[in-house]
Design a protein around this ligand. Structure first.
Ligand code: SF4
Ligand code: SF4
Length: 433
């Protein structure tokens, strides 16, 4: 029996109450019933009853989901809609196969760190050798269909070398309280080095030994794209390397990676996978629960708000820890935004595939940010950071977006993390209204 067929019992649980409609960001923008959980479940039920084939339209509808779990949280019948959509995508991938591009990304890039690094470096040279300037200036991408020009603007600045090649493999201290492994995630490794330096800076201010072993993509892009086999292969590689490292805890700065690493227990179903998953903690969760966090003395004047990444709040049940840590930053005022846990539209590569729709979803988030008058937004997912910065830029907003680790790191005496980001820029800022 395939994974989709195993979900039949859940399909029968849907009472069509429509509670999912009120919280679905896709429905909020499109008002289209097949995009909401209830509509998708109806289509899947029809398919399993033999009334509907897995057509191209069905494929498109199943790919139109942010996997944000808002419907799961809202559903009175506890239907794991996101898991069912993933099962449907796997089934579609089996029947219709994965696209050539995705297959190559999942099976040839993600599984091979050398090729992945090369691809990231090509991106770097495209941006730095004047090619990106030329492409944008000539507006050549506007002749192509499929929002290509807008998608190109989403590309963040790539780093020249991977973060893991820039830092030592091991940071020791004389009497470590704990031995911690740092799972950096691909965006920190290839794009957001400032986040990586900040994580290390904060950890080193807490008498911890930090190990950064060789590691692989967590597998979430492959799983979300219907390629469960590749996701399992990547999971096995990571479990093996982190279990051999003999650490007490595995922390990550990426909400999506963190929720995936915790899912390894169910995905791989071995005692090693369960032991590994039990050690995984989000950066904020670790500081809040496993060590006694203390901020540094640097004051950070200003007004800040917080965006809950879906994979942190609903994926891992972590929402109090980051707020608690933010409120410990000297000099900083905190204001909650409306709908702080509504998806920003990033959703892995959703914003690349469906750029216009993702931007509409992002604009609602940006409006909520702007209503707080904050000059700084903190979050815990590099993918959200990319999307929020992109939409804020489209809206010509001066609001800055930082990872929680960057904010906390700025409170300590300056190290490389603070230099990279230009901490004094934030020091002089206050609320904007
Ligand atoms: S909230 Fe749950 S039970 Fe109600 S319509 Fe949506 S999926 Fe069905
Ligand atoms: S997971 Fe999110 S985007 Fe997908 S159907 Fe549920 S609420 Fe809508």
């Amino acid at each position: 029996m395939n994974n989709l067929a195993k979900t039949t019992a859940y399909l029968n649980r849907c009472s069509k109450c429509g509670s999912c409609q009120a919280v679905c960001p896709l429905y909020g923008e499109t008002k289209t019933e097949p995009y909401v959980a209830r509509g998708k479940l109806f289509l899947l039920k029809s398919h399993l009853e033999g009334k509907l084939p897995l057509s191209s339209k069905m494929k498109e509808i199943m790919s139109l989901c942010l996997l944000c779990k808002a419907c799961v949280e809202q559903c009175p019948n506890s239907i794991p809609v996101d898991r069912m959509i993933l099962a449907a995508r796997q089934e579609i991938a089996r029947e219709k196969s994965i696209s050539f591009v995705k297959k190559n990304i999942f099976q040839h890039l993600l599984k091979n760190n050398g090729r992945l690094t090369l691809a990231a470096q090509l991106g770097y040279f495209y941006q730095r050798a004047g090619l990106q300037w030329l492409v944008r200036k000539s507006r050549i991408l506007e002749v192509f269909r499929g929002e290509l020009a807008q998608k190109e603007h989403l590309l963040p600045k790539m780093a020249k070398h991977p973060f893991r090649k820039q830092v030592p493999r091991l940071f020791t201290c004389s009497r470590p309280k704990l031995r911690v492994a740092y799972y950096t995630g691909c965006l920190t490794n290839f794009v957001y080095h400032a986040t990586g330096y900040a994580v290390i800076n904060v950890l080193r201010n807490h008498e911890l030994e930090v190990l950064i072993p060789e590691q692989w993509c967590c597998g979430i892009p492959a799983l979300a794209g219907g390629d469960e086999k590749t996701a399992i292969e990547l999971a096995r590689k990571n479990i093996d390397v982190f279990q051999k490292a003999g650490v007490d805890v595995v922390i990550t700065d990426c909400a999506s990676c963190g929720s995936m690493l915790k899912e390894y227990a169910d995905l791989v179903e071995t005692p090693e996978a369960r032991a590994f998953a039990a050690k995984v903690l989000d950066f904020s969760q670790f500081l809040s629960e496993a060590v006694s966090f203390h901020a540094g003395e640097n004051e950070i004047p200003g007004l800040v708000t917080y965006h809950d990444p879906c994979h942190l709040k609903r994926g891992q049940g972590v929402s109090g820890a980051p707020r608690k840590l933010i409120k410990m930053v000297p000099g900083l005022a905190f204001k909650e935004m409306k709908e702080s846990d509504r998806c920003c539209g990033a959703a892995g590569s959703f914003n690349l595939t469906y750029h216009n729709l993702a931007t509409k979803i992002g604009r609602r988030k940006v409006q909520n940010i702007q209503q707080t008058c904050a000059d700084l937004v903190i979050t815990g997912c590099p993918s959200c950071i990319m999307q929020l910065r992109h939409v804020l830029e489209l809206e010509k907003s001066p609001v800055r977006v930082l990872h929680l680790a960057e904010l906390l790191s700025m409170t300590y005496p300056s190290r490389k993390a603070n230099k990279e980001r230009g901490a004094n820029k934030t020091k002089s800022r206050r609320g904007r209204c």
